[in-house]
Ligand binder design. Structure first.
Ligand code: FES
Ligand code: FES
Length: 156
């Protein structure tokens, strides 16, 4: 089957088998390995990307489901070599240890802030509930998210 979609702002197409997942296509066909492969059963959130602005576990999305849609991965957040404010905040607040959860976590935070630029701590916890981190204990992650001033060009 032929699938066409926007990937980090560029139109792409792929001749795919229907059982291929978006996660595997991103990593193996487009070499976008920032999207991490964890459980592959929808439990850990390491594979989170945005589909039409909503955070989705890409291991659970069959490639055909993104036909005609817009997919954004962690690589799509960097503009002109500049990190996104979410990425900068994670670094500044030491919210990264092994880093395996970080790309997926950042994508869920982007989906949250695009909808709600000033979330409460409870809203933040709810938004990242599907992103498991086995290193940080979440405190620095929540602190990083609370420190972000969302809005402006570099947040797109
Ligand atoms: S790899 Fe997709 S949710 Fe864990
Ligand atoms: S920093 Fe290691 S899993 Fe989150």
């Amino acid at each position: 089957m032929n699938v066409e979609f926007l990937l980090n702002g560029k139109k792409v197409s792929i001749d795919a088998k229907p059982h291929w997942t978006l996660l595997n296509v991103l990593r193996e066909h487009f070499d976008l390995t920032g999207t991490k492969k964890g459980c592959e059963t929808g439990e850990c959130g390491a594979c989170t990307v945005l589909i039409d602005g909503k955070n989705v576990n890409s291991c659970m999305a069959l490639i055909g489901s993104v036909d005609g849609k817009e997919v954004t991965t962690i690589e799509g957040l960097t503009k002109n070599g500049q990190l996104n404010p979410i990425q900068k905040a994670f670094i500044e607040k030491a919210a990264i240890q092994c880093g395996y959860c970080t790309p997926g976590m950042v994508m869920s935070v982007k989906a949250l802030l695009d909808e709600n630029p000033n979330p409460t701590k409870e809203e933040i916890k709810y938004a990242i509930a599907g992103n498991l981190c086995r290193c940080t204990g979440y405190e620095q992650i929540i602190e990083a998210i609370e420190s972000i001033e969302w809005g402006g060009e570099d947040c797109e």
